[in-house]
Design a protein around this ligand. Structure first.
Ligand SMILES: *Cc1c(COP(=O)(O)O)cnc(C)c1O
Length: 451
């Protein structure tokens, strides 16, 4: 008898997949990927799929890019990894300097970790500990936005406000203060997204006035709240929030894990509000989608609050075994080189415009509402009735059906509920954008008429 193929879900299948009800895969087969090249993924049967979600938003320049591959091969010849406490190495030093140079002015120090949630944990601990070092131990509360997502370890989950991720773990999480999201979707009829963002700030101002002595930091995703459904808001919120945080001595933590590295059209989303956060978390696209790596960029003031003679016990005692991994740092350096080689930020403007042009007809689709775009992120809601904004009953799982239908057409998407979005790698061409959106139009039309 022949062995079952590796992708067959049976009693021998040891692999437990992330964010997945495994039983679903009794009905919907897993997609067994064999290779990737540029924007395309290829399965074991030789079928190709356009990676329209950059493999969970991490990939920027396509799969198996020759430059990143070459950098990794070179690094493999010299140093794969070394402990980063007591030792240092060129790739980590160079990367830290380059990140500080491209980051909003005022972020001067770079602390590495190996995934997004860990970067968030570090930022929270740094803020809290920094206030202790400055003699303000009562500043220990965190403020978050409704709908905010910051990862799924317990600390990161505590400041996450997406009900489906939190529900089961509520009793394990620490208490945070959540304020209304500036999400433009929530604005009243006739209200602009800017007016709504300013209105949402009133609540923050009242909160800060009352509780600033106990608040350490405000953490948020700048411009786009991605995991909750690609919710977008006006940059005025960030500009004004920065001023409020300064006035009340509260740290601003920008979680740019998803929006950093050009996703919103600028290198970092904070640039569009002309602000510098006190702490900035980066991960996902940092290595071009190759290897796990994250970092927290910190202001000089925060760094200096830890800098003291040893007996003071002010040091930041946090570490991960693979902190500053040399291979991951080299992949990140090669990725930053590609931004220069391809003039990515300038050239993406053409792609962003093409995306806007091809999205325009979506506004009139009878089952699509709230079409929105921020740079290289486009999203919309699939609804049963556009006029009443009536959603589909959740049990119909329309988003899942769209994912399956898209696979048949050679497109990989992964809707969040009934929110469909695309986050393509930057190597996508204008012709490929046309192809992708015309296919997605068809997919939505087919699935929305299913009974
Ligand atoms: C993905 C994400 C995280 C968590 O990163 P992981 O590497 O998945 O732990 C945190 N914050 C934001 C905004 C994210 O999109």
């Amino acid at each position: 008898m022949s062995q079952p193929h590796f992708w067959h879900l049976d009693a021998q299948y040891a692999l437990w997949h992330p964010c997945t009800q495994m039983k679903d895969h009794e009905t919907y087969p897993l997609l067994p990927i064999q290779r990737g090249s540029g924007i395309w993924l290829e399965d074991v049967h030789g079928h190709r799929y356009m990676d329209a979600i950059s493999s969970w938003w991490v990939n920027l320049f396509g799969h198996c890019h020759p430059d990143i591959n070459a950098a990794l091969q070179d690094q493999l010849q010299t140093l794969e990894h070394v402990i980063l406490a007591g030792c240092t190495h060129e790739a980590a030093v160079t990367l830290a300097n380059r990140l500080v140079n491209i980051a909003p002015k005022g972020l001067t120090r770079c602390f590495f970790a190996d995934n997004g949630a860990s970067a968030v944990e570090i930022a929270l601990k740094m803020s809290f500990h920094s206030w202790i070092n400055l003699g303000q131990p009562q500043k220990k509360r965190f403020v978050t936005l409704e709908g905010g997502y910051h990862g799924e370890t317990l600390g990161a989950l505590s400041v996450t406000h997406v009900p489906q991720f939190r529900k089961a773990y509520g009793p394990l999480l620490f208490d945070v203060i959540s304020v209304t999201s500036p999400d433009a979707y929530l604005r009243l009829e006739g209200e602009s997204s800017e007016e709504y963002a300013l209105r949402a700030l009133v609540e923050v101002e009242t909160l800060f006035a009352q509780k600033h002595t106990e608040i350490a930091a405000f953490i948020l995703e700048p411009l786009v709240q991605c995991s909750t459904g690609m919710r977008m808001y006006h940059p005025i919120y960030l500009t004004k929030l920065r001023a409020l945080c300064d006035h009340y001595q509260i740290h601003l933590i920008a979680d740019e894990i998803a929006v950093g590295f050009g996703r919103t059209g600028t290198m970092f989303a904070c640039e569009q509000a002309n602000i510098t956060p006190d702490l900035m978390c980066l991960s996902k696209a940092l290595t071009g989608g190759y290897l796990p790596l994250s970092c927290v960029l910190a202001s000089e003031a925060i760094y200096q609050s830890f800098y003291a003679d040893h007996p003071s016990q002010k040091a930041f005692l946090h570490s991960h075994s693979y902190t500053g991994n040399a291979l991951a740092c080299r992949a990140a350096l090669a990725t930053l080189n590609l931004f220069e080689k391809y003039q990515t930020l300038q050239n993406n403007q053409r792609l962003i415009q093409r995306l806007a042009d091809k999205l325009a007809p979506f506004h009139d689709h009878p089952h699509i509402s709230d079409v929105r775009q921020c740079g290289m992120i486009a999203a919309w809601e699939c609804v049963a009735d556009k006029n009443t904004q009536q959603p589909y009953p959740a049990h119909e799982r329309r988003g899942l059906k769209m994912h399956l239908q898209a696979l048949k057409k050679g497109v990989l998407i992964r809707p969040l509920g009934d929110t469909v979005y695309i986050i393509p790698p930057y190597i996508i061409t204008e012709e490929q954008i046309d192809w992708l959106l015309s296919n997605i139009w068809d997919i939505i039309s087919e699935v929305s008429t299913h009974r």
